[in-house]
Design a protein around this ligand. Structure first.
Ligand code: PEP
Length: 264
């Protein structure tokens, strides 16, 4: 039985005093809850302070992105060993906002250089994180145009296959996938729970094809995209959904608490 996992992705929000006030509130509200794994992913500038504030609690800290090289002349980047050193236990990779929102870049591809995430760079990031024992949360999902063209499953299968190239089953003990339909992120338009569960089931079957059934059964598959306290219970009670990746609602301690408690 997989323990459910709920992760808050704060995105580019909250300066340090606000971050500390949010985690202080979460610690009070969630102190009696250990039936669900909980994590928050602050911006880099607050990671150290949040790690310190959450020491001794059951809430873990993650990052929202990583660069795949360990060190070097990569101005503005943060590496997997730096995240591990800062106390991060997990890291989001392949979020649609780092791949290029709505599946396409908002600026010319030639101007983006290293920062436009592709399945290949996502693969490099996953390998770097696994090497440094930071759990990757691989985001996959289709755009609205891809869904309307009937390409949802094939797009996600390609994202999984290319992101996991060269990664051995033995390394996936600490690894999660988040199904995040791009059209549902930050739009208030949540995916129908049964359809989200169908896609998460398809993701598990794809992982079983790429590896084996036992490995696939051990990987948590989260749903993300406009999760709120009002819709989380239905989502998390679906057989193939093992928790959530929560953006906007993770900034509100009451809503995030309600989401976590609905996973119990
Ligand atoms: C996200 O950022 O991963 C996300 C799912 O955002 P939201 O919950 O705001 O849709």
């Amino acid at each position: 039985m997989r323990k459910k996992l709920v992760v808050g992705n704060w995105k580019m929000n909250l300066v340090q005093p606000q971050a500390l006030s949010l985690v202080e509130s979460l610690v009070k509200k969630l102190s009696a809850t250990d039936a669900v794994d909980v994590a928050v992913c602050p911006p880099y500038t607050s990671i150290a302070a949040v790690v310190q504030a959450l020491k001794g609690t059951q809430i873990s800290v993650g990052a929202q992105n990583v660069f795949w090289k360990d060190s070097g002349a990569f101005t503005g980047c943060v590496s997997a060993p730096m995240l591990a050193d800062a106390g991060c236990k997990l890291c989001i990779v392949g979020h649609s906002e780092t791949r290029g929102r709505f599946g396409k870049l908002e600026i010319d591809a030639d101007d983006v250089g290293y920062f436009a995430e592709t399945n290949r760079t996502v693969n490099q990031k996953i390998q770097a994180l696994l090497y440094h024992s930071v759990m990757p949360i691989l985001c996959v999902g289709e755009t609205l145009a891809e869904r309307e063209a009937g390409q949802t499953d094939s797009v996600i299968q390609t994202q999984l296959r290319e992101a996991l190239q060269g990664v051995d089953a033995s390394e996936l003990g600490s690894f999660s996938v988040a199904y995040e339909p791009v059209w549902a992120i930050g739009t208030g338009q949540v995916c129908d729970a049964k359809e989200a569960s169908r896609v998460c089931g398809m993701i598990r079957r794809t992982l079983a094809d790429l590896y084996d059934q036992q490995t696939a059964e051990g990987i948590r598959i989260l749903y993300g995209g406009s999760v709120k306290g009002s819709n989380s219970k239905e989502l998390f009670s679906q057989p193939d959904i093992d928790g959530g990746l929560v953006g906007g609602a993770s900034l509100d301690p009451n809503d995030f608490t309600a989401i976590v408690l609905s996973a119990v």
